[in-house]
Write a new protein. Structure first.
Length: 369
């Protein structure tokens, strides 16, 4: 017997398979925070390892939302400004990506909200190529590394960008990344005059000189500089939209300039980019009562996807991953990742194959017929 050309036995088999999937991953086992990012930061053509301005300027929000929906996310992380220093929305205080076809970020927000997903922006606090080129006296060059000291001028820039982005795009919040002190290697360890002035402002004493600066002085200054920058970020976000979520990602979550900080107590979402949940447990008692804790799967941290997922479920920790897209601004369709076993993929593709099952409440050994 056939129904619309499909054998009845196949319909029965598919029904049993779906029921089996439902039984294996009950709702209480499902990850409640499911996020991913098609990462526009890294790419070819720029003066460093960051993407040339305008790379992926043809990104289509409709296609991106479909990809994220198929993956099963409920939180999309995309961009206010990517590391090349150009924005992903039009008519803002920061110039848009050259050739930007769609008003990308606002359209992502509109379409994502229709699908019940939060849409988060992104700012790299410690690195911005355009800033480094335009303001050399306020930046240690423009490497694909942390190069920006948290001077008053830079804090004014962050304040303006955050307020503008929230007002004009409707984002639910934004990720802040590389929020550490700058690497001064491009200046052979010598400090910029603008940062020496910032040191004097925060420490109430003149900068002692690179050779005379003690480790205690440096750590004290660093914590003060990060906290002052955090205060500006938080005030700009919460004054513009009290419900805006600030998401801190840290590749060294136990850094001495971070631990037991005001920022840890006040941040809405906190992610350990290294991936291991054990590091999260180390700082759990340092964060706010309602802070969402998140872990990360990405090829650079080389973590076992199955173990991270299991640990995250046990610890009630959210999941996130990211990968540079292909030339079309996307990655292969999600069906591609569901059609083959997880172990048949490598690197970030294996992570995506894992997420595609976990986020859609499917068994790890699920194969799409």
């Amino acid at each position: 017997m056939r129904k619309h050309g499909i054998p009845l036995i196949r319909i029965l088999f598919t029904s049993i398979l779906l029921l089996g999937c439902s039984d294996q991953n009950s709702s209480e086992d499902q990850v409640t925070f499911r996020s991913y990012c098609l990462d526009f930061n890294w790419g070819e053509g720029g003066p460093n390892a960051f993407a040339e301005p305008g790379l992926w300027a043809d990104a289509d929000p409709e296609e991106h939302i479909k990809w994220y929906k198929d993956l099963g996310v409920n939180v999309i992380q995309t961009f206010i400004v990517s590391c090349n220093g150009y924005a992903w929305y039009k008519d803002g205080v920061v110039p848009p990506q050259p050739g930007l076809i769609h008003d990308f970020l606002p359209e992502m927000v509109e379409r994502g909200h229709r699908e019940g997903m939060k849409v988060m922006g992104y700012l790299c606090i410690g690195s911005n190529t355009r800033w480094g080129i335009e303001y050399p006296e306020y930046s240690y060059g423009y490497p694909a590394d942390r190069h920006i000291p948290y001077t008053r001028k830079y804090l004014d820039y962050l304040d303006a960008v955050i307020r503008d982005a929230i007002q004009k795009t409707g984002i639910d919040g934004f990720m802040i990344d590389w929020f550490y002190q700058p690497n001064r290697a491009s200046h052979d360890g010598h400090w910029l005059e603008s940062e020496k002035e910032r040191y004097a402002e925060l420490m109430n004493e003149p900068f002692p000189g690179e050779e005379e600066l003690t480790e205690t002085q440096y750590d004290t200054y660093s914590r003060l500089a990060i906290e002052a920058c955090w205060d500006v970020i938080r005030k700009a976000a919460k004054e513009t939209d009290p419900n805006s979520k600030i998401w801190l990602t840290a590749f060294d979550i136990a850094h001495p300039h971070y631990v037991d900080s005001k920022m840890f107590r006040e941040v809405d979402w906190l992610m350990n980019e290294e991936g291991d949940v054990s590091k999260i447990e180390m700082i759990r008692n340092m964060v706010g009562e309602n802070t969402q804790l998140i872990t990360c799967l990405a090829s650079w941290n080389k973590k076992d996807a199955r173990k991270v997922v299991a640990d995250a479920l046990n610890a009630h920790v959210g999941l996130y991953g990211f990968k540079k897209p292909d030339a079309n601004s996307l990655l292969p369709p999600i069906d591609h990742y569901l059609a083959s076993p997880i172990e048949s993929f490598e690197g970030d593709h294996r992570n995506i194959a894992t997420f595609a099952r976990v986020y859609n409440n499917l068994p790890m050994d699920y194969l799409k017929p």
